[in-house]
Design a protein. Sequence first.
Length: 137
Amino acid sequence: MLRLLVDKPGGGISLSDLERLSPVLSDLLDVYDPIESRYLLEVASPGINRPLLKLEHFEGFLGQRIKIRTHAARNGTKSFVGKLAGVTPTGIEMEDLANSANGHRETFGFEEIRAANYEHDFDEGKRRPAARQGARP
C-alpha cells in the first residue's frame, strides 16, 4: 500500500479535496511509475489529531493543545498533554493544562520525544464557566 498524507497550508483539507486529488496523483504515478511492484494507492489527510514530526509542524501548532509521549518516564509518566507554549530548534515548552492556574510549564528536548500530535479538545466550549463565589445556583 502506498499511503499519501496530504494537507493544505494551515490544515483543513476536505473530503472533496481528497476526491479531486486522488485521480490526479494516480495518473502522475502511472506516468512516472516510481514504484516497480503493484500497490494500492490511498490518499488521506493526517486526521484531526495529526502527528507533529518536524520543527515546522510544532511551530504551526504554537498555542494549541498537544500530546507528547516520551522515551523515558518523567514524574512517573511518559504521556503529557498541554498547550504548546514555545518551540525552539532543540525542543518545546508545554503549559500544563491541569495546573495552568499556577503557570506550570515543562520543557522537552526533541531527543526526549518519542511521538507528538495535535490533541483536539472535543469538549472545548461545552464546559460550564466556573461558579462565582457567593452566586446562587
